[in-house]
Design a binder for this molecule. Structure first.
Ligand code: EPZ
Length: 424
C-alpha cells in the first residue's frame, strides 16, 4: 500500500443485496473516438447521450487545445471544429488520457499534419501504438518520433489495404477516421469489431462517409472529399452494463438494467449464465438476479465478440464468491492482474500463474482497505466491497471517475451504501 493515500476514496458498507432499476449511460469508449472524429468536418456536430466522465472532459480539452469549440449540457455535446488552427496536443493532456491518440487520424485527414505527445504505458500494459503508425504510414504519412512526440505529415492520404496483426480497437478507429477523407479505398483486415467501432461507423456515415463492414473483421472505406454536420446518439455503455450485471450477481440481488443492449453483452451474459446467474432480456432492458449458490466458470478474454478484457476484474470478484474452482485467462493485456493482490486482501483465494488466474471460491469476502489500480479493477473492488462483510475502503478512485458516471449514486439507488470521501 502507498505510504500516503491522499486521493479521494469510497467507504463501502458490505453485506448488501442490490435491488431495483438502473439506467445505463452512454458509452465512454464510443464517445472518445466520435469526439475525435468531429475534427473531420468544419460543420457543427451534436452528440446525445454523452456520459459526463473525466475521460470525456479530457478529450474535450484536447479538442479545445486544437482550437475547437465544445459545449456540454445534460448529456448533449455540441462541437464545432471550424476554427482549428493548432496541430499539436500537449504532453500534459496526452499524459492524462491515452485515447487522445485518436486525434491523429482525423487531423491528418483534414489538415495533413499533427503532432502528438507519445502516450506512455499504464497499469495494464506498455500500450504501444505501432499498429496505428504502421497503418498511417501505409496511407502515405511521413512520421518522425523524437523528443517524446510523434510528428506526422501527409500531403493527401491515400487508400491502402491494411492488415492488423491484432484487432486493436484504437488502431482500427484511427485508420477508419483517416480513411474517410483519403483518396481511394481503404480496407482494414483483422479489424476490431467492438460495439464502439460499430458506433463510430454509424457516426462517420451520418457526417457523409462511405464506409461499411464495422462489426466484422473487414472494414471498407471509400474516401470522400468533404463531410458535413450531423446529430448522433451514443450507444449505451457495454462495460457499465456488464459491471451492474455483476453487481446484481455478486450481491445475489435482482437488478434491471434500463437502456442496455443485450446484443452487445452476449459474451458476458453467457458467462454469467454458466455461473448460474439468471439473465432475462426484456424490451430495452435486462433483468439480472442470482440466488445463493453460484457455480464456477472458465473465461478467456478476447477481442469482441469474445469476452471483454474490461469485464475481467469484475468477473474475478464475482467468481471469488462462487463455490468451486474458476479459471480466468487474460489474453488481451499483458499486465491486467493488478487487482489480484487487492482482492486477496479481501479474502479472495487467487493464484496467478502467468496470464492465468485460478480462483477458488470462498464463503465470504471480508471488508478491507484496498487501492484501485485502474478503472475496471477499481469498480470490481467496489462491487466486492458491497458483497463483503464489514466495511471496505477503496482508495485512488480517480480511476473510477474516468469511466463510470455517478457510480456511487447509481449503486446507492439500488440499496448500496457507498460514501465518497474527497481528499482536501
Ligand atoms: C481500448 O484500448 C479500450 N480503450 C480499452 O478500455 C480496452 O481494454 C481495449 O480497447 C481492448 O478492448 C478505449 O476504447 C478508449 P487495443 P486500446 O489497441 O484501443 C496491443 C477501459 O477500461 N497493441 O485494442 O488502447 C495492446 O498492447 C479501457 O475502458 C499493440 O501491440 O486497446 C494490447 O495488448 C482500458 N500495438 C492489444 O493490442 C498497437 O499499436 C489491444 O489493444 C495497439 C495495440
Amino acid at each position: 500500500m502507498k505510504e500516503e493515500l491522499k486521493d479521494s476514496c469510497y467507504k463501502v458498507q458490505g453485506n448488501t443485496k442490490l435491488k431495483g432499476a438502473v439506467r445505463i449511460s452512454g458509452s465512454k469508449n464510443a464517445t472518445l473516438p466520435v469526439l475525435a472524429a468531429t475534427l473531420l468536418t468544419d460543420r457543427e456536430v451534436t452528440l446525445k447521450n454523452v456520459p459526463w466522465l473525466k475521460d470525456v472532459r479530457n478529450m474535450t480539452d484536447v479538442l479545445k487545445e486544437l482550437g475547437a469549440r465544445a459545449n456540454y449540457e445534460n448529456g448533449v455535446m455540441t462541437v464545432n471544429t471550424k476554427d482549428v488552427a493548432n496541430f499539436e496536443t500537449s504532453f500534459e493532456l496526452m499524459n492524462k488520457m491515452r485515447a487522445s491518440i485518436y486525434v491523429m487520424g482525423p487531423m491528418l485527414a483534414r489538415f495533413g499534419r499533427v503532432k502528438v505527445a507519445m502516450p506512455g504505458g499504464c497499469a495494464i500494459g506498455s500500450r504501444p501504438i505501432d499498429y496505428h503508425l504502421n497503418g498511417l504510414r501505409q496511407m502515405g504519412v511521413q512520421i518522425q518520433t523524437k523528443h517524446g512526440y510523434v510528428d506526422a505529415r501527409v500531403e493527401k492520404l491515400k487508400g491502402a489495404k491494411i492488415y492488423l496483426d491484432f484487432p486493436s480497437v484504437g488502431a482500427t478507429a484511427n485508420i477508419m477516421m483517416a480513411a474517410v477523407l483519403a483518396r481511394g479505398t481503404t480496407v482494414i483486415d483483422n479489424a476490431a469489431a467492438e460495439p464502439h467501432i460499430v458506433d463510430l461507423e454509424w457516426f462517420l456515415k451520418s457526417i457523409g462517409a462511405r464506409i461499411k463492414g464495422a462489426g466484422s473483421r473487414t472494414i471498407t472505406i471509400d474516401g470522400v472529399s468533404k463531410l458535413h454536420g450531423a446529430e448522433h446518439t451514443m450507444i449505451p455503455d457495454q462495460i457499465e452494463a456488464g459491471t451492474f450485471m455483476v453487481a446484481a450477481a455478486i450481491t445475489r440481488g435482482n437488478v434491471t438494467l434500463e437502456s442496455a443492449r443485450a446484443a452487445d453483452l452476449k459474451p458476458i451474459i453467457v458467462k454469467l449464465q454458466e455461473a448460474g446467474v439468471n439473465v432475462r432480456e426484456l424490451k430495452n432492458a435486462i433483468r439480472v438476479s442470482a440466488k445463493k449458490n453460484l457455480k464456477p466458470a472458465k473465461i478467456t478474454t478476447m477481442p469482441h465478440p469474445g469476452f471483454p478484457t474490461d469485464m475481467q476484474p469484475q468477473m474475478m470478484a464475482l467468481l471469488s464468491t462462487c463455490s468451486g474452482v474458476s479459471v480466468i485467462k487474460e489474453a488481451v493485456w499483458e499486465n491486467r492482474f493488478m487487482h489480484v493482490a487487492e482482492m486477496i486482501r479481501m479474502g479472495a483465494n487467487l493464484d496467478v500463474q502467468g496470464h492465468t488466474c485460478i480462483i477458488t471460491g470462498v464463503d465470504q469476502l471480508t471488508g478491507s482497505k484496498v487501492v484501485a489500480p485502474d478503472l475496471r479493477a477499481g469498480a470490481a473492488l467496489v462491487l466486492a466491497g458491497i458483497a463483503a462483510e464489514n466495511t471496505t475502503t477503496v482508495y485512488d478512485i480517480y480511476h473510477i471517475d474516468r469511466g463510470y458516471e455517478n457510480f456511487a449514486a447509481k449503486l446507492n439507488a439500488l440499496g448500496a451504501d457507498v460514501t465518497r470521501i474527497d481528499s482536501e
